[in-house]
Design a protein around this ligand. Structure first.
Ligand SMILES: Nc1ncnc2c1ncn2[C@@H]1O[C@H](COP(=O)(O)OP(=O)(O)OP(=O)(O)O)[C@@H](O)[C@H]1O
Length: 255
């Protein structure tokens, strides 16, 4: 099945309501294996909710999510989550555990513990020194913590990486460096990546496909190139206008 299906992730007829709110209001979407997809849109448009239906942190009211051709409802949650790396908005490292323990927590809970050598390898992947393994999270900078968050997401050797505003709390320089790092790891490890971001610039620079969400629906589905050429409709173009206007304003200052 895997060898013939180029679709890693599929959503069909997906609906999720919270009371009167339709957080997801009919999403049909296919994500190709190996692609890097950004999901952008205003606050409250349903991005995080959509992401969470993949590893079943949220169960939809209607429709299905297919992961490598299998309905996620049919997979035991621990097995499903082991195949998915998840980087949270707030990092969410356990403060009372060392960096090494934080990185190893997923495989440990799945009863497939990893050793110090694998932790060192994961730290190297995200360009942290091996000595950081013994530190506590509060002994790291925000950028280092988020690198640990990425290492933790990769610990179970996932094939799918889900990221929810992974770089939101970082300064622009760290954010840029970590974004490039994740993009490189995505290619090197052969991942399929779905990244939620508020930042259209980040989406345009990192992803090969940009989805725009509004009121629980996907309202645009374009390449960065076509978005910059004016495609995708009003909602998408309003988001593209922000970085474009900033770039124009900076170019003006340079004159
Ligand atoms: N557990 C919940 N209970 C009730 N309403 C919820 C819950 N989770 C999300 N919602 C609502 O569903 C809608 C979509 O929320 P969601 O978090 O998916 O948006 P988002 O696009 O990720 O927003 P943000 O960019 O601010 O993180 C919002 O109206 C939100 O208030």
């Amino acid at each position: 099945m895997d060898a013939v299906s180029p679709i890693e992730l599929g959503f069909s007829g997906l609906v999720k309501r919270f009371g009167a709110t339709r957080a997801i209001d009919g999403v049909d979407l296919e994500i190709a294996r190996g692609s890097f997809v950004a999901l952008v849109g205003a606050s409250g448009s349903g991005k995080s909710t959509l992401l969470k239906t993949v590893n079943r942190l949220i169960v939809p009211d209607e429709g299905a999510v297919l992961f490598a051709g299998e309905d996620v409802r049919t997979l035991p949650a621990p097995a499903l989550r082991r195949r998915i790396g998840y980087v949270f908005q707030s990092v969410g490292l356990f403060p009372h555990m060392t960096v090494a323990e934080n990185i190893a927590i997923g495989p440990r809970l799945a009863r497939q513990p990893i050793g110090a050598a694998r932790v060192a390898e994961l730290l190297a992947l995200v360009e942290l020194e091996a000595g950081h393994a013994r530190r506590m999270p509060d002994e790291l900078s925000g950028g280092q913590r988020q690198r640990v968050g990425v290492a933790r997401a990769l610990a179970g050797d996932p094939r799918l990486l889900l990221m929810d505003e992974p770089f939101g709390a970082l300064d622009p320089v760290t954010r840029d460096a970590l974004g490039r790092k994740v993009r490189e790891l995505h290619g090197r490890l052969g991942l399929t990546t779905l990244m939620v971001t508020h930042d259209m610039t980040e989406a345009l620079l990192l992803a090969e496909r940009v989805l725009v969400m509004a009121s629980g629906r996907i309202v645009a589905d374009e390449t960065p190139h076509s978005l910059l050429a004016g495609a995708g409709g009003a909602e998408a173009q309003a988001l593209v206008a922000v970085p474009r206007d900033q770039a124009d304003a900076i170019a003006e200052l340079e004159k």
